[in-house]
Write a protein that binds this ligand. Structure first.
Ligand code: MN
Length: 241
């Protein structure tokens, strides 16, 4: 078996000279490489339809990465002053890719923003700010005031889910770098992990070879054997495609 080619979605940014560049945190690339995949970056251009199908054909798996918020018009979301970093082109690309991957059985993994993309792409909605909209919410937005490896809260894994099977655990302690979260789940998705406040932090698409998403950032937790198993299972599924 040749090493599976994994497409990782990237984002637009300006470099130190103010020039526009495409970027991605290197931990995602490391996570894919060290699990045996070949990472390729996908820039956030507003491709859809046949172009997405053509792109997907060349890839063995998709990793939907973290980033800014999804535009609220994609899921009829409530406006909120903390909604930020919106890139409509990236939304178009990632929503199209997710829908095509879900339909075609191409393995996909959503992380943080990618978790939210998976839910929205398949018909779910989001809290546009957890703190203000989920009563009794614990702190999930550790973005600016802590290290990205900081283990912020536990998640309970749902018995019998594919995610729990891969992890081989009933619960995990995870990092938490998000201010938005899944509100109504897409009808086709199954919750696979819950934070202590009831927020869904793991999702999977039953019947799909590997359709999963997590709200935390496993790419910052590569020293954990359980995280290695998770990325390993993704790359293994992609290798079978
Ligand atoms: Mn969280």
């Amino acid at each position: 078996m040749s090493a599976p080619i994994i497409g990782l979605t990237a984002y637009n940014e300006n470099n130190k000279y103010g020039h526009p560049i495409v970027a991605l945190m290197q931990n995602y690339i490391r996570a894919v490489s060290e699990a045996g995949g070949v990472p390729v970056l996908i820039p956030p251009s507003a491709i859809s339809g046949e172009a997405v199908t053509a792109l997907l054909k060349k890839l063995d798996g998709i990793l939907l990465t973290g980033g800014g918020d999804i535009a609220i018009d994609r899921f009829n979301g409530e406006p909120h002053p903390r909604v930020g970093g919106v890139d409509p082109d990236r939304d178009t690309l990632e929503i199209g890719l997710t829908q095509a991957a879900a339909e075609s059985g191409k393995p996909f993994l959503g992380i943080c923003r990618g978790f939210q993309v998976v839910n929205v792409a398949l018909g779910g909605t989001l809290y546009t700010d957890i703190q203000d909209q989920l009563p009794g919410a614990i702190k999930h937005d550790y973005d600016s005031d802590s290290q990205r490896q900081f283990l912020a809260h536990t998640v309970q894994l749902e018995k019998g889910t594919a995610l729990a099977g891969i992890m081989g655990e009933t619960g995990l302690t995870v990092n938490s770098l998000h201010h938005q979260g899944a509100k109504d789940l897409a009808p086709s998705l199954k919750p696979a992990a819950y934070a202590p406040d009831g927020l869904v932090e793991g999702l999977e698409l039953p019947g799909h070879p590997f359709g999963m998403a997590v709200q935390w950032h496993p790419e910052w937790l590569l020293d954990q054997p359980v995280t290695r198993r998770f990325f390993g299972a993704f790359i293994e599924a992609a290798g079978k495609g």
